[in-house]
Design a protein around this ligand. Sequence first.
Ligand code: BGC
Length: 351
Amino acid sequence: MRRSLFVLLLVMILVIGTGVAAAQTRVGVAMPTQSLQRWNQDGAYMKQMLEEAGYVVDLQYANNDVGLQVSQLETMILNGADILVIASIDGSALGTVLEIAQDMGIPVIAYDRLIMETDAVTYYATFDNYMVGTIQGQYLVDALGLETLEGSVNIEITGGSPDDNNARYFYQGAYDAIEPYIKAGKVIIPSGQVEFEQIATLAWSSERAQARMDNLIAAHYSDGTPLHAVLCSNDSTAIGVTNALINAGFDDDEFPLITGQDCDIANVKNIIAGRQAMSIFKDTRMLAAQVVKMIEAIVNGEEPEINDTTTYDNNVKIVPTYLCPPVFADINNFEELLIESGYYTREQLGL
Ligand code: BGC
């Protein structure tokens, strides 16, 4: 729809609707997909916490379809959203619809993923993305004993989606942690694929990560060359890589160390089974609660709590950000972190 027409339509609806205007604040929550566990949890927590605080919530999932997310946002605006919370699919694709939100004075909170190339984004709340990568990379440094290692280990890298601004932060944090050991000749990447563009996985797809790993195994490891670790940016890519290794017949005693992120149930089960070494626990309850606090502040005309005003440049402005801390999870602490904290039940993890 042309922008001017859209705004006209909105004004008409608002004028007609003023007599019955709801007193409650309406919050539109746009999530990328239901196909990944974490976004279901993020959406459910947001809805529950906002409703408990008395807001009217319009929660939508867009099936990783950018066009669908745009039209969901248009509908939210048409339906009178007062605030938008958006976990974008393609961070650079929302400029036009968000100009409408800006014209209407609707604050926009970027949820978990930064919205790029627009000044219509008001605040950003996320986990410290660079730190996620640092924890993953440092884990491999420690677990492979790189500091004192004589000789070398072979690793491969699997990254996230190039249209997600977070993916480069994860990659950079992890790469910076292992780079000194690559330079020292202690870490070899037999495929030679090390640039972000070479290791990225569109849409964080397990299937794409698996297909790429199938190719890497066939080209570089089918002659028995050992593979000691695969640095995977998140759990959905880790699942693809793990499946490729299982299909290629890697036994338990030669299974590489695999990193991940999100503590998805399937991956925690793999940690328990010894098929994934670690994951990052991003407590979505914490992020959702922080965003609800941001919304409360905005509604009360106050400044929300911000703890980073320098890092997140979306190519138009630096977006004021609240960073939650990511936490390391592995076989030794998952019970305390995930079960005792009430995040999962033992049954969910098959225990
Ligand atoms: C999130 C990760 C998630 C990935 C895939 C990223 O933007 O920060 O937690 O694993 O998207 O959905």
